[in-house]
Design a protein around this ligand. Sequence first.
Ligand SMILES: NC(=O)c1ccc[n+]([C@@H]2O[C@H](COP(=O)([O-])OP(=O)(O)OC[C@H]3O[C@@H](n4cnc5c(N)ncnc54)[C@H](OP(=O)(O)O)[C@@H]3O)[C@@H](O)[C@H]2O)c1
Length: 453
Amino acid sequence: MQEEQDHSRSPPYDLVILGASGFTGKYVVQEALRFLNTPSSPLKSFALAGRNLTKLTQTLEWATRPNPPPPIPILTADTTDPPSLHRLCAQTKLILNCVGPFRLYGEPVVAACAETGCDYLDICGEPEFMERMEAKYHEKAVETGSLVISACGFDSVPAELGLMFNSRQWIGPVNRVEAYLSLESDKRVVGNLATYESAVLGVANADQLQDLRRSRPKRARPAIPGPPPPKGPTIEHQKNIGLWAVKLPSADSAVVRRTLATLTENPHGLPGLNESAEQIEKRKAFWSTVKPAHFGVKLSSKSLLGIFRFMTVGIFIGLLGRFDFGRWLLLKFPSVFSLGWFKKKGPSEDEVRSASFKMWFIGHGFSDISLISQGNSKPDMEIVTRVMGPEIGYVTTPIILLQCALIVLNQRANLPKGGVYTPGIVFGPTDLQERLQQNGISFDVISKNAKSA
Ligand SMILES: NC(=O)c1ccc[n+]([C@@H]2O[C@H](COP(=O)([O-])OP(=O)(O)OC[C@H]3O[C@@H](n4cnc5c(N)ncnc54)[C@H](OP(=O)(O)O)[C@@H]3O)[C@@H](O)[C@H]2O)c1
């Protein structure tokens, strides 16, 4: 089946939240309700979707309590039943997919959207899934006019916009930006179990990801001035932010790398479906200020003990995740193997409220381009910026997903007609950063200094 999206069509719902009954889905519903039919919001109608009507009804009650639930329609759809997904696509402009782990359940949803021309956003943090969807469905999505964008949550929007924010502070060339993620709370917060499951399954899929990358045409690489990134120690103490850090094999670096590849192939960014001349100039002007840099993410903690805890969990997942029996153990006893970090029951609402994140971006670059041509390969300047916000999984992720959705709904003409893309390349030139700032996620310049020799 092949359909081209008619962008003037008016399906009954602006968006549908699929997997609304999940831990994250229910917070996405709560966030969507904040924007439903408010002045100037493009969100005039939405529906919940999933496979269990009772749970979906309870979700709606939870999201609106103590008030009685408004008349939000509930639709049935199961990812194992493609016709139900096609029916869903016919009823909406946009699907927000919260059904994970995505490598298990995501593909039929992307396939249905790419085939029908329906737009699609998700909160995936699994590089193998995202790159496989790009390889399999990009052409089809371009053809039908379906915009498919994964990683529209904490993975990987703060990293994508945070890197751009840092790189745009430079007058001279930037060479590399290291992001240091610090999760903070006055309580001990339980992490998102599905994210732990994704990490476990990700170890099993690591070889497939390498095979996929080897089998597809090589992507363009940006020309980054200065030396390649140094290997650096396994554990690092960053004095200027007072944190210990260890390298994190996160989705963020993989997503950022794809954004930079697309930007290298399209130096003015991606043309919109129906942009005005003014918008074209605005987009080009934005991308002319973004300077590609080497990028990596580290998990940080105020204490060295915290770092050892991260490393121990990483070693358990890395070693046991390779074998069927090991994976079974990891998935059966998450609390044991994550040292209490992830639990089947998930965090309480109090824990969610008490948590927050800071993502520090330390950029290393040159005060002047002439330094590089003089053969001076050591960066002489450092710019520190920070993205900061509330709890990552259930507060920040729904905020980001909803703001991306609102942009798709009211700025569709400025976005690419269709294709499978990263959030950075699509939303970079839009007002996403300002919108996040208005909703509690801040972007700040902390310091600009000469580096000590
Ligand atoms: N990007 C980020 O930073 C970020 C943040 C948070 C979460 N996530 C990701 O979001 C995903 C969901 O997390 P979660 O904690 O909400 O998981 P969850 O609580 O397990 O929820 C999963 C949802 O998927 C639904 N579902 C499962 N199988 C389905 C099927 N065959 N057809 C239709 N619906 C189905 C479930 O419905 P039932 O209620 O019927 O079981 C439930 O609504 C995970 O992959 C997680 O890693 C990412």
